[in-house]
Design a protein around this ligand. Structure first.
Ligand SMILES: [Zn+2]
Length: 454
């Protein structure tokens, strides 16, 4: 990674006011003067991030810290196991992996890949999955591991869909596939365990919570448990995690379904957790995207804590909004198929004065879109159900190229000889291109265009 993009904590306020994509986080030796208990200095950082880089690189070059280690993290939202998602996986040569094959390089290129698994995997202790009561097939954990996921939140409103036994079976199966789980476990103690991963010399702690339960079977601490979000307990967990890790990431299943704005509770909790020492808060559950923000706080002792929150990562894979077509529906009717791969870097650095800090750098998202062939499959028995995640930017480029070829006066007729068929193909591709451009803009308007990868 490029050292030049890092900015020291002593200029964190400047950084936060200029760059949504770069901020220092955590602190134990801040020189800042306390101004208030909590200041949310930049709660709406959706501005031109890139314009500020060059000028500040130059002026700050003599104050740059030494990077001791860096961890690259990618985070995606809810992995939903609707019946059609499972069926689509069965129609592919390589099962689940084919549904998100285009995204696998993003997971594999990262040091840590995070997602929220919104289903039990309990074929032994549970019943077959059905609408609103999920149960994933037993091949899902190995498929997710092979795709590159590292850490999964299992604390969500579907965690108890297959009962308490289902919680334990799920964790056992995921752990057997060498996936790290947070927020649930065979007991209260197990569910509340902080998981610390060491990558490239940097220790990252993960803690998981859910604020929402469909079924709540948390009644015996020695039985399988799903960790409920409680502020005091979360703050204590963060404080303890900071003793054993360089950075703390908190995952929370929360918020209002189908709302693009975080509610007051989400905002207050996110600010309190970052004020309390969390470096990143990864939110999920609303099935649609919500904004990313850099929150800058100053505690009673004058220590600055800057952290990143994404209020909702959206769905990762689902069968929602399956009938949506951009030309026939309002834009909001496709929101459950919009998603992002949020990418950020946590860097452990030594400051020029000898102190060690963590720096949050290069926060960007890549826009993704869930393709769903529900319309085509219902129009023809020959079409098998498919659900597939597309990287929007790549798809836009490819579709432009295809249209250029098809509309070329010489090449076009060679590619498709029949004029009528060529015209129909061109119109289909134009609609697809309009869809991609519309969704890309929609995602940027919700998450914050400053964070969009360029
Ligand atoms: Zn949920």
């Amino acid at each position: 990674m490029i050292l030049n993009y890092k900015i020291t904590r002593t200029v964190a306020a400047l950084c936060a006011s200029i760059l949504a994509s770069c901020a220092t986080i955590g602190s134990s030796h801040s020189e800042s003067t306390p101004t208030s208990d909590v200041t949310v200095a930049q709660s709406e950082l959706r501005h031109e991030a890139n314009g500020g880089h060059a000028a500040h690189r130059t002026s700050l070059s003599s104050h740059l810290p030494t990077v001791l280690g860096e961890v690259h993290i990618v985070a995606v939202g809810d992995v939903m196991m609707h019946v059609d998602v499972v069926q689509a996986s069965k129609n592919q040569d390589n099962g689940f992996g084919d549904l998100w094959a285009d995204v696998i390089p993003l997971f594999k290129n990262a040091d840590i890949a995070f997602g929220n698994l919104e289903t039990p995997v309990a074929p032994e202790s549970g019943k077959k999955g059905q609408p609103f009561m999920f149960n994933a097939p037993e091949n899902l954990p190995t498929a997710m591991k092979a795709s590159g996921w590292t850490v999964l939140s299992t604390a969500n409103n579907h965690a108890f869909d297959q009962g308490a036994k289902g919680v334990k079976e799920t964790v056992d199966r995921l752990n057997a596939a060498q996936l790290i789980t947070i927020g649930t476990g065979e007991s209260k103690i197990a569910a509340e365990q902080t998981k610390v991963l060491e990558k490239n010399g940097v220790k990252i702690a993960f803690i998981g919570f859910t604020d929402i339960f469909n079924i709540d079977l948390d009644n015996k601490a020695t039985a399988p448990w799903v960790r409920r979000l409680e502020l005091d307990s979360a703050l204590a967990a963060i404080k303890a995690a900071r003793q054993q890790a360089d950075a703390v990431i908190v995952s929370i299943h929360w918020g209002d379904e189908y709302h693009h704005e975080p509610n007051m509770r989400q905002r207050q909790i996110a600010t309190a957790l970052i004020h309390g020492g969390a470096d990143v808060v990864l939110g999920h559950h609303p099935h649609v995207l919500q904004p990313a923000e850099v929150i800058d706080t100053i505690d009673e002792a004058g220590n600055r804590h800057t952290g990143l929150v994404i209020y909702s990562l959206g769905n990762f894979i689902s069968n929602q909004d399956r009938m949506y077509r951009a030309d026939l529906f309002p834009v909001a009717a496709g929101d459950s198929r919009d998603e992002i791969a949020l990418q950020f870097t946590l860097s452990k650095v030594r400051q020029p004065n000898g102190s060690e800090d963590m720096i949050l750098g290069e926060v960007v998202y890549e826009p993704l879109w869930v393709e769903n062939n529900w319309n085509e499959a219902h129009a023809s028995k020959d079409v098998k159900r498919n659900i597939h995640i597309t990287r929007i930017r790549d798809a836009i480029e490819k579709t432009w190229q295809e249209l250029d070829q098809l509309t070329d006066p010489i090449e076009g007729p060679k590619l498709i000889v029949d004029d009528k068929q060529r015209r129909s193909t061109i119109l289909d591709k134009q609609e697809y291109l309009r869809t991609l451009l519309l969704r890309k803009g929609r995602i940027a308007s919700i998450v914050g265009s400053a964070f969009e990868a360029r």
